[in-house]
Design a protein around this ligand. Structure first.
Ligand code: FMN
Length: 401
């Protein structure tokens, strides 16, 4: 194997914490802080995880590593992408077990991301061709296009705003899915409250136009998320539950007039809940705005972003994970400077199944091919990205370095 210069200045932290330092949260002992970000890959044909998923997640597993699954549908109304896995039927629970077992066999810890897309859906994905559900009846703007099962793109339709009395049933679906995830062998769940999907459709004042107890004030807009967190915690215990938010990400029109204020409001409520329970959630996972700046060579919001993330980090009383636009150098800096405990990597992990080893060695990275992010081939663009080393060498080197 080639020799690489792994002594870049950011790794030379004598005795200090780096991306490769262990991290302990409640029952989990992570051997490093390079986390697989949740990523929809559309390979679970008809909503059932299969051997391709087992291979994909197993390839990205390291001893003591941490993986978060792709967004996984909590109910039949939760879908908005083709061939997304679910976690509400017995068939799905059983099928996930094979994936989780493959990951555990490699020594990694894996959480299931619980997902409901809300209005970011289409009647083709809905039972009986119904309208998608949301906090609002306003559709997404024309500039956003939905990927339909046949691979074509179209406009998002008008959603139906949930009535107040329908909300407890959706909250129940999150709880039941979390219980199912544990039954499937997952070590915990991440509640997807980010990126303009259902929970974010309640959080953001650019979307939520409700006049009941779920709309208007910050207290009301945070209510749905906090009810979901409480319900999931009551089902599986706080130490198995992570929460993801993205107060400053405008994906799917999820704009808020005060992202920092919203982020702090969520955090205040999570902190209070933790105090009330006398236990901590596993982590808070925050996507930073750099994520949506992809393709741009210059990124001019550096200071604004750092200010937002540091304030959220400071306010949250628990484990803080960042995501969005990180490479080895930026991830290392975030951990070294104390801006994050854990860093999740998305696109680089798609094209580098052995990302952890490559980072350790400071080795060159494979480039990702965006065209195969959401296709259905079980191999191409999914499990065929090359490793640096052959056979068991990756595992051996990971354990040694
Ligand atoms: C193909 C793809 C699918 C994604 N699917 C999800 C998802 O299911 N759930 C989620 O919370 N984030 C999802 N994301 C966002 C990633 O978790 C991550 O935050 C994002 O890619 C930014 O990190 P990166 O710059 O390291 O790629 C997705 C991103 C990509 C590229």
């Amino acid at each position: 194997m080639a020799e690489y210069n792994n002594s870049s200045s950011t790794t030379q932290v004598q005795g200090g914490t780096t991306l490769f330092s262990p991290y302990k949260i409640a029952n989990f002992n992570f051997s490093h802080r390079v986390v697989l970000a949740p990523m929809t890959r559309c390979r679970a044909l008809n909503g059932i995880p299969n051997a391709a998923l087992a291979e994909y997640y197993s390839q990205r597993s390291t001893p003591g590593g941490f993986l978060i699954s792709e967004g996984t549908s909590i109910s039949p109304t939760a879908y908005g992408f083709p061939h997304v896995p679910g976690i509400y039927s017995e068939e799905q629970v059983k099928a996930w077990r094979n994936v989780v077992d493959a990951v555990h066999a490699k020594g990694s810890i894996i959480f299931c991301q619980l997902w409901h897309v809300g209005r970011a859906s289409h009647s083709v994905y809905q039972p009986g061709g119904a309208a998608p559900i949301s906090s609002t009846a306003k559709p997404l703007l024309e500039k956003w296009r939905i990927l339909r099962p046949d691979g074509s793109y179209g406009a998002y339709p008008e959603p139906r705003a949930l009535t107040t009395s329908e909300i407890p049933e959706i909250v129940h679906h999150y709880r039941q899915s979390a219980i199912n995830a544990i039954r499937a062998g997952f070590d915990g769940v991440e509640i997807h409250g980010a990126h303009g999907y259902l929970i974010d459709q309640f959080l953001k004042d650019g979307i939520n136009d409700r006049t009941d107890e779920y709309g208007g004030s910050l207290e009301n807009r945070c209510r749905f998320l906090i009810q979901v967190v409480r319900a999931v915690v009551s089902g599986i215990g706080a130490e198995r539950v992570g929460v993801r938010i993205s107060p400053a990400i405008d994906h799917n029109d999820a704009i808020d007039s005060d992202p920092l204020g919203l982020g702090l409001a969520v955090i205040e409520r999570l902190n209070n809940l933790q105090k009330e329970l006398g236990r901590k959630l596993t982590y808070l996972h925050v996507t930073q705005p750099r994520y949506t700046a992809y393709g741009k060579t210059e990124y001019d919001k550096e200071e604004e972003e750092a200010h937002l993330m540091r304030n959220l980090r400071k306010a949250y009383e628990g484990t803080f994970m960042c995501s969005g636009g990180f490479n080895r150098k930026l991830g290392m800096e975030a951990v070294v400077q104390g801006d994050a405990d854990l860093v999740s990597f998305g696109r680089l992990f798609i094209s580098n199944p052995d990302l952890v080893l490559r980072f350790k060695l400071n080795a060159p990275l494979n480039k990702y091919n965006r065209k195969t992010f959401y296709t259905q081939d079980p191999v191409i663009g999914y499990t065929d990205y090359p490793f640096l080393t052959k056979g068991n060498q990756t595992q051996e080197l990971n354990a040694r370095l």
